[in-house]
Design a protein around this ligand. Structure first.
Ligand code: ATP
Ligand code: MG
Length: 427
């Protein structure tokens, strides 16, 4: 018996019935990004594994256990990208993009070998932003205003914003001493992962997902109390900008993010409507990463939003005003050998004349009745009918498929004007 091959667990096909929502999300987001002057960048799905080890950090969930890594035929270790920032930084250094401030965005699939569950997949999609060469809190605000505008454009309501500052490396090392002392005193309450992290990267313990650790984490010393003067001023100015813009937020001193490269401002947009996987967008500053990957020291800030989670929210009806995909304008029915032979050429002439025309030409023959049924099911506004008689007379029958209306015979020129006018009226 033949065995059916299926998609890999945690990796999903996006089928035509749901693709409209994805396209809306992508198009609307792209429009907002372009309106703020951000340029798209596209990088390969596969990079050398070291890029992610050196940027995301060896002692993170992603690098420790979530990467799809494999040897290339020459023995190099390659990985499917688990996120977009490292690749953007690599590309920006490699192509000398960092000689001036850059506002970049990207979109595409990411790969992490996680336990699949609602809102958590092994292939998922992100739209992200990376800004290079700007160090003030004004750009941190800008990326938040931009995300806020994306939510508004999509009609998404009820997203909460949490912010924190991770300070600078020196500030974190002073804090680390205190945190380690605290965690050692509570060693008995830690799980195995956290005990290991206590030795390798204790700040990661604050990011632990295990609910049994919640209490210990809640009692831990707070990094915000260890910020130096410059970091504190940056954070205060950032928060003041959000206040001025009327964007509500909550300071969450436990927010550390799951990747190692962040410093100073970090943030997450969270919904309460998706259960445990409620973070739909996350990001922050990573001023050290460019130098860490071999470039000149360059300030940087960015975020990534998870499209599956946003689509889930949109499907939950948390969005208003998202139009559904545009219907076809017309479906061309052709009956009889001569008409069938002529139909594709005629359809091309109509497409030439009306550039935005959404026209589907029936293929595969069949009776008038069966073709007309397909026209009706296609969702088109009009059926165009071409039979032997119409062909001979140089006309087409036009029959409205929505509501009432008689079939009319139109010459090709009349049909062009008719379809043009119909397009302008909208569906
Ligand atoms: P989480 O804490 O949920 O694991 P993360 O800190 O690993 O998230 P980031 O690397 O910051 O997430 O990714 C940014 C966004 O991408 C997340 O907020 C989420 O919306 C989305 N995302 C991350 N991992 C997945 C996944 N496995 N499946 C679906 N979406 C994801
Ligand atoms: Mg994760």
């Amino acid at each position: 018996m033949a065995i059916n091959i299926q998609a890999i667990r945690g990796m999903h096909d996006l089928l035509p019935d749901r693709i409209g929502l994805w396209q809306r999300l992508e198009d609307e987001t792209r429009r907002v990004l372009e309106s703020y002057g951000y340029s798209e960048i596209r990088t390969p799905l596969v990079e050398v594994t070291d890029l992610f080890k050196r940027s995301i950090g060896e002692v993170t969930d992603i690098v420790e256990k979530e990467m799809y890594s494999f040897p290339d035929s020459n023995g190099d270790s390659l990985s499917l990208r688990p996120e977009g920032t490292a690749s953007c930084v690599r590309a920006a250094i490699e192509h000398g993009l960092l000689d001036q401030p850059r506002r970049l965005w990207y979109r595409g699939p990411m790969y992490r070998h996680e336990r699949p569950q609602k809102g958590r997949y092994r292939q998922f999609h992100q739209i992200g932003v990376e800004v290079f060469g700007l160090e003030g809190p004004d750009i941190d605000q800008e990326v938040l205003f931009l995300t806020q505008r994306i939510w508004r454009t999509l009609g998404l309501e009820g997203l909460r914003l949490e912010v924190n500052s991770l300070g600078e490396a020196e500030e974190r090392s002073a804090y680390r001493v205190e945190l380690v002392a605290y965690l050692e005193a509570h060693h008995a309450h830690l799980d195995d992962d956290s005990r290991r992290r206590l030795l390798t990267n204790p700040l990661r313990v604050l990011d632990a997902k295990n609910p049994e650790l919640r209490e210990v984490i809640a009692g831990a010393p707070v990094l915000l109390d260890h910020l130096g003067e410059a970091s504190r001023r940056h954070f205060e100015a950032f928060c003041a900008g959000l206040d001025d813009a009327g964007i509500p937020y909550q300071i969450n001193p436990r927010l550390v993010r799951g990747l190692d490269y962040y410093n100073r401002t970090v943030f997450e947009w969270i919904t309460d409507d998706l259960g445990a996987q409620g973070t739909v967008c996350a990001g922050g500053r990573y001023d050290g990463l460019v130098a860490q990957l071999g470039g000149r020291p360059t300030a940087a800030v960015g975020f990534a939003m998870g499209l599956e989670r946003l689509v889930a929210l949109l499907e939950n009806g948390k969005a208003n005003g998202l139009p559904s995909p545009p219907p076809l304008d017309a479906y061309l029915v052709a009956v009889g050998a001569a008409a069938q032979a002529a139909a594709p050429g005629l359809a091309e002439l109509l497409r030439d004349a009306i550039p935005d025309l959404r026209l589907q030409c029936h293929c595969g023959g069949g009776s008038f009745k069966s073709q007309f049924k397909k026209a009706d099911r296609s969702g088109a506004r009009f059926a165009l009918v071409l039979g032997e008689e119409e062909l001979k007379r140089g006309i087409l029958g036009v029959k409205p498929l929505r509501g009432d209306g008689e079939q009319r015979d139109l010459s090709h020129e009349e049909l062009e004007s008719f379809l043009l006018a119909a397009r302008q009226d909208g569906p």
